[in-house]
Design a protein around this ligand. Sequence first.
Ligand code: PLP
Length: 374
Amino acid sequence: MARVHNFSAGPAALPTSVLAEIADEMMDYRGCGMSVLEMSHRSSMYQQIIDDAEATLRRLLSIPDNYRVLFLQGGATLQFAGIPMNLMRRGRAGYVVTGNFANKAYKEAAKYGEAVLLASSEDTNFDRIPTMADVNARIAAEAAGDGLDYVYICQNNTIFGTMYHELPACGDVPLVADVSSCFLSQPLDVERYGLIYAGAQKNAGAAGVTVVIVRDGLIADGPAFAQTPQYLDLKTQAAKGSMLNTPNTFGIYVCGKVFRWVEQTGGLAAMAERNWAKANLLYDLLENSKLFHGTAQTDSRSIANVTFRTGDADLDAAFVAGAAEHQIQNVKGHRLVGGMRASVYNAVTMEDVQALATYMKGFEAQHSLSPRSN
Ligand SMILES: *Cc1c(COP(=O)(O)O)cnc(C)c1O
């Protein structure tokens, strides 16, 4: 069995013990004579699986009782529309645009009401999170003026390698966060938010599940628009236990296993410590490198996605191409930024990161010893 050092941004590496358990249970899930793939979502066997997944997640994040946990489909992208459709009651919400996914959510929301641009870091190609004092002042002014249904942020910007290190102060306005690429990377104070959601394929499981955690008071009156598709109606989904229709049964099963793995390997604080150790190994290397440099501003760096480049597109391409010889995969940057990106999610090990660091140092030595003549 040859496993590679996988730095994919998503779908991404899963813990090997989780993969082994899934393989073990594939033909016969715990003596029931069938795979989870073949099981009715209405069976008691399956109900146990989804209940366990939710219970483990509730323990991990200390989710208060007045928050609902949903396992939905359609990716994070469907929630770009689902959030305004459920929460834009007065038709006005504030967006902080810190990258591609935040921008998509902002544009989607503008279809359903007034999306107020609170701040953007587009002027520096999204290499930072805007200054929180400025964001907070803007939120306070909007809240006191025409009002805001919610404030929306993308907490970790997967493509640009930036992350909030401080949340905006929203007062009474609910904070809504796309935490897709930092979910379960570090502790998170659920009570600071009205709604959090995450596509599972980054750090929490397989593609095809979106975890939504929402304060029940926000959805008690049903969606903001009568035309909201039933599937996107969070109140109905909560009442039906994420089983309004057939859920992604297998995906939720995988999530449950990943949640258990996070718990068994020490929980979120331990996870954060390991994740920063991995990311900082690369950030330190970048700071000391004469060839590579990080693309995110220091105080906005991500715990999960380390973005860097050489400044020479040909060298970047040579680095990405050469990585495969070292069993290193998926280090090409997103097409919007170019360069390289190493995603060091929970299941990526320190050994994986060390292998990448060794390759980077070797590549640097090789390319400073023999400067190109052209
Ligand atoms: C990957 C990602 C998305 C898009 O997720 P889909 O599940 O493909 O819709 C949205 N937001 C963030 C922060 C992401 O990392």
